[in-house]
Design a protein around this ligand. Structure first.
Ligand code: FAD
Length: 416
């Protein structure tokens, strides 16, 4: 890893080398293009916002992508499979159950710690020719022209600003994307007034590869199977409660989360480090500008209730790779920032992104509400979810990322 560029002309520059930016570079690697990834914060820094201690549930389409990219053996070695999902509503009768067996798949998804996934992705990237990783360095300005985009890059250890030009600039710099703003693309945002408190704990009983989602009056609580019989939790609490919950001592914290979840997994103990994330829905008003494109959270930031933000971003990666691969000439060259290519990407991604934003937002509002009519509706929904044929498999198809027209990588087909 270095903070200086080896050339000043690239085919593609990726702004942000987090979960999506690093995956994007690895996915594009077989095409033999000259690529730079500019990442502001080193992976091992405690400040790294992407590769942190959160646990992420990888969908089946993300699994297929990592398989096609040749990374799956390393990812699965660090991941825990989900064989069942148990969905319940605190204080109400009934629950829904989805199983891998019924769906005819070996697992509904896999849980991986972001920090561990980061080390897999970055060690693969480090060994690739043709990809420069500029880190710690950030993009501080952008100039867009008809033939190229120029990224102004400043390394942390230097006062010099390098102007790096490229055919295509990909913004993968997260939900508060400054590059998106530099491209002149605004985003619609709406705050949920909630924080996700995340960490891990030790339940008395084994999770047995089951993931639990429990809707409470404050919001959803997810308990995910991770390594060493521990459970990762994502606990949604109201904004004004987040600091109080973080400040609780371990015993009081365990007592509160236990009272929300119940004793299905026996008594909780040994809670690890906790962190809180403010929850905001964001959606960019468009996905492209001249010679530039948005992927991942810079395009859409979701509530974690559906565990889909990263998976949706990976489908952006797969679709953009397909568009670039299709345009590759026999000589191996491509104008990756060609306007028609970018338009194909934007049109392709519109439906999947809009559906998942609406679906996730709907889940938060329906299941987070204590109002009586909505409670009745969601009880019917929970029962209907299990009994009405087709409803559950449609839901599962979407959460596994297998609905709609799929690009090569999402089908597990290598780009080359
Ligand atoms: C509590 C929680 C739980 C979640 N669980 C799941 C889950 O189970 N499944 C799932 O699919 N998704 C989940 N998500 C969503 C998932 O974490 C995000 O969708 C994913 O991290 C987005 O990755 P990204 O690379 O687009 O953005 P980020 O992770 O925000 O990374 C952006 C990167 O860009 C860098 N950067 C920023 N500005 C610049 C700049 N100017 N120049 C250079 N670099 C820059 C940053 O340092 C960072 O490394 C969860 C989210 C939360 C909050």
């Amino acid at each position: 890893m270095s903070s200086t560029a080896k050339t000043d002309r690239y085919d593609i520059i990726i702004a942000g080398g987090g979960m999506i930016g690093a995956s994007m570079a690895l996915a594009l690697a077989p095409l033999g293009l000259r690529i730079a990834v500019v990442e502001a914060i080193a992976r091992k820094s405690g400040e790294q916002p992407s590769f942190d201690d959160r646990s992420t549930a990888l969908s089946r389409s993300t699994q297929r992508m990592f398989e096609a990219m040749g990374l799956w053996p390393d990812v699965i070695a660090a991941a825990t499979p989900i064989h069942n999902i148990h969905v319940s509503d605190k204080g109400r009768f009934g629950f829904s159950h989805i199983s891998a067996e019924q769906q005819g798949v070996e697992a509904l998804g896999y849980v991986v710690i972001n920090r561990v996934l980061g080390s897999v992705l970055q060690s693969k990237l480090a060994g690739l020719d043709g990809i420069d990783i500029l880190c710690p360095a950030r993009i501080i300005g952008v100039e867009l022209g008809p033939d190229s985009a120029v990224a102004m890059v400043k390394a942390d250890n230097s006062r010099k600003i390098s102007n790096l030009s490229c055919s295509l600039l990909i913004a993968a710099d997260g939900a508060n994307s400054t590059v998106r703003a530099m491209l002149g693309i605004s985003a619609q945002t709406s705050e949920y007034g909630q924080h996700a408190v995340v960490g891990n704990l030790l339940p008395e009983k084994s999770l047995d590869n089951c993931a639990f989602e429990r809707f409470t009056s404050q919001g959803p609580l997810a308990i995910l199977p991770i390594a060493d019989d521990r459970a990762g939790f994502v606990w949604t609490v109201s904004e004004h409660d987040a600091q109080r919950v973080l400040a609780l001592d371990d015993a009081d914290f365990l007592a509160e989360i236990q009272s929300e979840f119940g004793y299905r997994l026996g008594k909780f103990s040994r809670v690890g480090k906790r962190a809180a994330y403010p929850l905001v829905l964001s959606k960019a008003v468009r996905l492209t500008a001249t010679r530039s494109v948005l992927v991942g959270n810079s395009a859409h930031g979701l509530h974690p209730v559906s565990a889909q933000g990263f998976n949706l971003g990976m489908r952006d990666v797969a679709a953009l790779c397909d568009c670039v691969a299709d345009a590759l000439g026999a000589s191996g060259t491509v104008d990756a920032g060609d306007e028609q290519l970018l338009q194909r990407y934007a049109t392709w991604r519109h439906s999947d992104q809009s559906k998942l934003v609406t679906f996730t937002d709907g889940l938060v509002r329906i299941f987070g509400s204590a109002r009586a009519p909505i409670r009745i509706l969601r009880d019917i929904g929970m029962i209907g979810f299990d009994l009405i044929p087709g409803v559950r498999s449609l839901f599962v198809k979407h959460t596994m990322g297998l609905a709609g027209r799929l690009p090569r990588l999402s089908r597990g087909v290598p780009l080359r």
